[in-house]
Every structure is written in C-alpha cells, then in structure tokens.
Write a protein that binds this ligand. Sequence first.
Ligand SMILES: Cc1cc2nc3c(=O)[nH]c(=O)nc-3n(C[C@H](O)[C@H](O)[C@H](O)COP(=O)(O)OP(=O)(O)OC[C@H]3O[C@@H](n4cnc5c(N)ncnc54)[C@H](O)[C@@H]3O)c2cc1C
Length: 453
Amino acid sequence: MTFPTSRTLQADVVVVGGGTAGLAAAFAVGRKRLKVLLVEQHGFCGGLTVYSMVHVLDGVLAQTDFTKLAVGGVAVDVLNRIQAFGGMGPVDNPPETPVFDPEALKLIADEMLAEAGVTCLYHTRLVEAETHLGRVTAAILHSKAGFWRVEAPRFIDASGDADLCARAGAAFEIGRALQPMTLHFQVAGLRGGLDWKALERTCHDVLAAAFARGEGPRFGGPWVLRIRDNEISMNCTRLYGNALDPVDLTAAEVAGRKNAWWVFRTLKERLPEFADAHFVQSGPSVGCRETRRIVGDYQLTEADVLTRPVFADTIGLGAWPMDVHPADGRVGFHPHKENPPAPYRYPLRALLPKTLENVLAVGRCASTTPKAHGSSRVNGTSMMMGEAAGVLCALAHAEGRTLRDVPIARLQETLAAGGAVLDPHHLPDRPATWRMGHLGHAVGEPVFYGGLQ
Ligand SMILES: Cc1cc2nc3c(=O)[nH]c(=O)nc-3n(C[C@H](O)[C@H](O)[C@H](O)COP(=O)(O)OP(=O)(O)OC[C@H]3O[C@@H](n4cnc5c(N)ncnc54)[C@H](O)[C@@H]3O)c2cc1C
C-alpha cells in the first residue's frame, strides 16, 4: 500500500514500541551513540507495565533462589533507578519478584532514553513497512501530523504484537485459543499490615462463591501487586478475544471496566480489609498476554524451558514458570508456580525472523511455542531480549555486518561486560538495596516546554 508521506526521517536503528523490551533495546543501542528513533503509540514508555498496570519485572530473579539474579544489565539498572527514586514496592511480599510504582518507571524511562540520546516519537504508530529483498528499508508511521517515513539499516520490533514483522510479510503464528486479556485496577486505602497471600485467597473465595451462584463474572487469581502497604493493583478480570481485532478489544475494555468495579464493590461489601478502600483507577488500557509470535530461526519450546539445553548463541536467561492463563473459561488460580524451572538459556535465533535480514523481534512477540511463551513473555525476560537486540545492532553497525554475521562470542562478551547474566551456574546476587523507599531522588529542574514559560 502507498501512503502519502509528508516527511522522511533517518536513523541508525528504529525501535517500534516502548514497552519493557523496547525500552531496554533503545537504551542499549542509544548509549553506544547510534542515532535511535523509538516509536510508541502511547505518550510514555513502559508498555504493559504502565498502560495496563503490570508493574512487576518477573524473570529478573531466579525462581529456584530468590536471592539470585537471572537477568542483569538494563533490567537491574532500571530497578536500581526505581529504588533510588523511591518507587520500589515491598520486595519481601511477594519475595519472588520486584514490584514497583508504574509512575516511577514512566519518569525513569524518559530520563534513561534522554541520557542515551534516543529520540522518542510518542503518540505515533507504525502502520506499514517497506521492504526490498528480505530487508525492511523504511517504516511508515502515522500520527496526527499525517504519514511519515523513517529509513534505517536496522529495525527492532518491540511492538508486542509483531506489527513490524507482520507488515513486512514475515511469518508468524497466532494461537486459536488465546490467553485471556485482563484489565487491572488500582485500589488504595486498604487496611495496612495485611498478609497479602492470605488476602488473595480470601478474595478468591468471595469471587468463586459469587461465580458459583451465577452472580459474578469469570475471574483469574486474583493476584495482588502491592504498590505501597495499603495500595494495590489487582489482576483479576478475565476477558476473552483477539487483541488484534478492535471489536474484541473494545468489548474487552467495556466489560473489563464493568467487572473491575463489580469486583471492587463486592470485596468492599464483604471484606473488612476493604472497608475504607477506594477505587483509584482501572488500567488506562486492557492488557493482552498473547497475539502474534514470529517464526524465527529457532522456536523456543517447553522442552527448552524444562531441560535447559546449552545454546551456543545464548544471549541471557529465562527464569519464569510457563504461566499460560487458561483460555477455556476456568476461573481462579491455575497451576504453574509449583515446580518453577531453574534459569534456562535463551537463544539469539528466537529473535531473528526467518525471512528478514535486518530485523529483530523482542519481548512478547519473539519466536516460541505457546507454552514456552508463558515463560518468556514476562517483563524481566523481555528486557533481557531487548538489551541483546540493541547491543547486536550496535555491533553490526560498528563492524558493518549483517545481524547474523556478528560473531556470537563478541555479542556475548559485550553483553556480559554490561552486566547480563549468561551462565545459569553463576548467578549474581540480587542487590541488597531493593527495598520500598519514599520519594528520595531529586527530579531536577522542571522542564519549561515550548515558547511560553
Ligand atoms: C494482564 C497481564 C498480566 C501480566 N502479568 C505479568 C506479571 O505479573 N509479570 C510479568 O513480568 N509480566 C506479566 N505480563 C506479561 C508482560 O507484561 C508482557 O508480556 C511484557 O510487558 C512484554 O513486553 P513487550 O515490551 O514485549 O510488550 P508491551 O509491554 O506490550 O510493549 C509493546 C509496546 O509497543 C507499543 N506498540 C504496539 N504496537 C505499536 C505500533 N504499531 N506502533 C507504535 N507502538 C506500538 C505499545 O503501546 C507498547 O508500549 C502480563 C501481561 C498481561 C497482559
């Protein structure tokens, strides 16, 4: 399709999507002093962690020993900055994963990208790709300014939905039974000092009883993410459909809001812990767990997660259990954390779309089987992939090579020098400082934007 583009931009690397994977990718390549353009349809980075309140980096800690890191590098840098800012949630409960205030990440992402010299184009969406002989030559972007083209020798698809790869004609898979979507919601004013795991169980029992009586909607968990001692977000609503279809997505938003309020009111009526609580907000957008997965040079499988083969092209480690939310209408908790895998190696080939020479796909849309996707889709693992893709682009640029021709040892050395964890037998300790803080970090001078100050 031809678009009436009004402006052409140039970059060394274009990153499509500013979620956890895209943020790590853009930061990793930007700090190597390349010209990076990050295109994001929302007005901020952080992706699902912010626009859907999934403010937790699962996969950063080894699930067989919560004191050890399975992912280092940019993910740890981000968490250290969140800690210094005072935005880290209580890490002792739950102990398996770092939870944070999404507003902290929003600001820190802007700061990190500015520090790395990345140009961000917010409120801009990738709508088409131009290709020539297996290479993406330009991306077509759309905003209220109309259609723009951006040309670059290398692209990173961090859209979660593999939008760039799909538009460029690369092969992808999409399950027939997709994991349900969820609209998270935030509640404040809960009674302090609660046992949060016990609270999840109590909430579950109330919702399960209502569902059994035919009074309540389908629900998952619920899983509680603590932002502060008396403030949480709740992962609970269950919404079925294909997030690539705006009709399904609209229905999910409408039902999600209704059901989030129903859950909140029901819990407030029945549970003393919620007596003084109020509903702060529902997620700005519904969260989608699964859409397209690219077909890469390699597809990560459930056997890889469980048997942990040695990959010569290891770029980092995955660590989360295969968390596949049931698509069959089951409610409540689903088994997945009972026998968590030890950290397993993640291969570069799963980021390389088979038929494209100059594109990497990272995060939720990398090449996996549906079951392995349940493990590798989480935020910490997505950041590991983003960082590896960014570093690979920088090396390919510096050496004038294609992505597949960069010596893997050089990539691995560079990643390790940046703090990435590549050897499951030598896991670094988790920083001891990750504790919930208060607003500590100075935000600097305000920015006087535009002509009027
Ligand atoms: C309800 C729910 C609960 C979850 N719970 C957890 C959890 O507890 N822990 C955990 O670690 N993970 C969890 N996950 C998974 C995790 O959040 C995602 O898989 C992860 O965020 C993937 O990161 P990403 O960067 O690949 O994708 P995303 O976070 O989806 O980021 C993609 C970005 O690309 C942008 N974008 C998309 N298309 C375009 C386009 N065409 N043009 C421009 N921009 C575009 C989007 O706006 C977004 O910012 C959950 C997911 C959901 C939906």
